[in-house]
Design a protein around this ligand. Structure first.
Ligand code: GLA
Length: 385
């Protein structure tokens, strides 16, 4: 097996001590949820399509204990910040606060009775890098709150509530990929998710000689939420013009036959989604055969499509992918997550990792003046309470 199943990354003892110091008693539960890296299938989830993420060994952990009123107090230990809210009057806020707030709101809105609690949050997911620290925070906070209030919500339902919180509370029209990966991840496996039927199929990852290297471009992400919502709108407009319920239902021939009906950039947006869905299924077939070359080639094509047709890449991400392509031992590379900045994911022969790191980070720094950061990730399991 590629990866360790039960190793979680947060320092639970330190978290317990911080909780005890801040709230003057011991936590009753600790919930821990992983971040994710998507191997292939980008901007397909909200089009009812296919994605192939892995949950990684970078997590958000939440320690929590009940209160005897209905107040929620949340301390973000890594930011030195705190928040307070009541679930029945909770409003949208800024940044990380929206995720504990949002999940409490979504649980209450779904008819669950919440009891007030104190929560302390820590983690080792780089924030704002596109690795879904927000989904991990929502899933972990939701897991903790449910356990404390004695609410029995299966992980898949919790993930759907977290997505609802992100859509209707935080105002980002995301799909289900990040929350499903965080709640339902399986150690050593990629998750093939059919985002229409919501079927999740774990597919064993390549052997231990293939490493997952995430390189953070460390370039600021600007207006990512606005651009994301705009892409989503373009996709539904393209589907409407093609006469299908969602782009999942369209094929490339159909797109070509109707090309004059779709003003640009809608034609290119649709071409990305339709071809990306195909690439995910081809990548899963390659993964099952142990065919790293085909899988890697599909990653490069996915990147090109995201760059040229979907237009969510940046010069920094393009440079990282080109540097990877020119490095020995790299099987494939692409931007991962929503884009507009953030990270690339590369599959690299374990034996070449040292060289990969030195070359990519060195050359990236020389050409951009930015200090990229590399994380070698193992595939972890999902939410644990
Ligand atoms: C973000 C969203 C996901 C997905 C990706 C793009 O991570 O949260 O739902 O749409 O972007 O593939």
């Amino acid at each position: 097996m590629h990866i360790l199943a039960e190793v979680m990354t947060a320092d639970r003892e330190a978290l317990r001590r911080s909780f005890a110091r801040d709230f003057g008693r011991e936590p009753e539960v600790i919930a821990e949820a992983p971040a994710r890296v998507n191997l292939i299938g980008e901007h397909t989830d909200y089009n009812g399509g296919f994605v192939l993420p892995v949950a990684i060994d970078r997590t958000i952990a939440v320690a929590a204990a009940l209160r005897d009123d209905d107040l929620f107090r949340v301390r973000a230990l890594d930011f030195g910040e705190c928040d307070e809210f009541r679930w029945d009057t909770v409003r949208r806020a800024q940044g990380w606060r929206n995720y504990p707030r949002g999940v409490a709101w979504a649980l209450a809105e779904a008819g669950h009775h919440l009891r007030g609690a104190d929560l302390a949050v820590t983690g080792d997911v780089p924030p704002g890098a596109g690795l879904s620290s927000s989904a991990a925070l929502a899933v972990a906070a939701g897991g903790a709150v449910c356990a404390l209030s004695g609410i029995d919500v299966p992980p898949r339902e919790l993930a759907l509530l977290c997505q609802r919180a992100e859509n209707a509370f935080a105002g980002v029209q995301c799909g289900i990929m990040d929350q499903f990966a965080s709640a339902l991840g399986v150690a050593g496996h990629a998750l093939l998710i059919d985002c229409r039927s919501l079927d999740v199929e774990p597919v064993a990852f390549f052997g231990p000689d293939v490493a997952i290297a995430v390189v953070d471009s460390r370039a600021p992400r600007r207006l990512a939420d606005t651009a994301y919502n705009q892409r989503r709108q373009e996709c539904s407009e393209a589907a409407r013009l093609l006469g299908v319920a969602s782009l999942r239902d369209a094929g490339l021939e159909q797109l070509e036959a109707n090309r004059e009906r779709l003003p640009e950039p809608l034609g290119r947006r649709a071409r990305h989604v339709i071809s990306e869905n195909r690439r995910v299924l081809d990548a899963v077939a390659a993964l099952r055969r142990g065919d790293t070359a085909t899988f890697g080639g599909l990653m490069y094509r996915s990147h090109e499509s995201l760059r040229d047709d979907f237009e969510v890449s940046t010069p920094e991400l393009d440079l990282l992918v080109e540097l990877a392509r020119a490095t020995d031992g790299v099987l494939g590379s692409r931007l991962t997550g929503a884009g507009f900045g953030g990270c690339t994911v590369s599959l690299v022969r374990q034996t070449q990792l040292g060289e990969f790191r030195a070359r990519i980070l060195g050359e990236y720094g020389r050409q951009t003046g930015l200090e990229g950061e590399m994380h070698v990730c193992s595939i972890a399991g999902g939410l644990k309470v």
